[in-house]
Design a protein around this ligand. Structure first.
Ligand code: MN
Length: 256
């Protein structure tokens, strides 16, 4: 098949680059914090089984414990009550794990206001400049937030709660119900703004996107290395039966 042969040639020659959008996954990886009355997700932990020692003289391996929504991860529709009868992470069709992506850059606005939210006007301006959003594609929100690698920086909490960027409820509804996209990706620990617990409805990106069978990608990095249009995303959540999401390796193919 000429297309794949051409792709292999482009990868070998460097005219197509593979950009890793995945944050390192370890014990220090920042995690979502919910209000204290709710259950909390686990951080990532390795448990050594053996390391070329009495427990296994020739081999090294670990068990691990993690939240499904820890680190760079994929939100399945059944993560939210609005999508509770929709696909779990193991049922997301493989064909949707390779998809085009566009990048909306609001990093300058977020630098000035950590509570910045993307509205329909920002998306409309993007479409006016770059053309229609891709059918079956991702909208990646470049906020610069991935430069924050500690728990405190990532959550950015004060007495009023967390402060991090996101999307307005109206825009999330439009992405979910009217746009040709399959989902949105963000640099923060979840797809919703830090203050989205106060939005109407609360956590609108989760509520609308997952409720409409769409997806979320959280804690992406290196979005500054992608073009506004033309990248192809390869996402690889674990096929956890019944799972609500999974840590994922997320790669982007980019023409140089
Ligand atoms: Mn999540």
């Amino acid at each position: 098949m000429a297309v794949l042969a051409d792709l292999v040639t482009a990868l070998r020659s460097g005219t197509v680059e593979v950009v890793d959008l995945t944050a390192p996954l370890g014990a220090d990886t920042p995690i979502l914090e919910l209000p204290e009355q709710f259950g909390q997700t686990a951080s990532f932990q390795l448990e050594e089984i053996s390391r070329y020692d009495d427990r296994g003289p020739a081999w090294y391996w670990n068990n691990f414990r993690t939240g499904e929504h820890t680190g760079t991860h994929f939100d399945a529709p059944n993560h939210w009550v609005s999508g509770k009868d929709r696909d779990d992470i193991s049922a997301v069709p493989a064909g949707r794990l390779v998809a085009p992506a566009v990048v909306l850059d609001v990093s300058a606005q977020v630098a000035a206001d950590p509570d910045f939210v993307i509205t329909r006007e920002h998306v409309d301006a993007f479409v006016a400049e770059h053309g229609p959003l891709p059918e079956g594609g991702w909208l990646l929100c470049r906020t610069g937030w991935s430069a924050r690698t500690t728990q405190a920086e990532m959550i950015n909490k004060d007495d009023d709660g967390p402060h991090s960027p996101g999307m307005s409820a109206d825009c999330a509804r439009w992405v979910a119900e009217e746009s040709p996209l399959i989902g949105m990706g963000v640099e923060t620990v979840g797809t919703d703004a830090g203050a989205a617990g106060t939005f109407d409805p609360m956590y609108p990106c989760h509520s609308f996107l997952l409720g409409n069978g769409k997806y979320g990608l959280a804690q992406l990095t290196n979005l500054d290395r992608l073009p506004a249009t033309g990248a192809v995303l390869v996402t690889s959540p674990l096929k956890i039966v019944g799972g609500s999401g999974s840590p994922a390796r997320v790669l982007a193919l980019v023409e140089c």
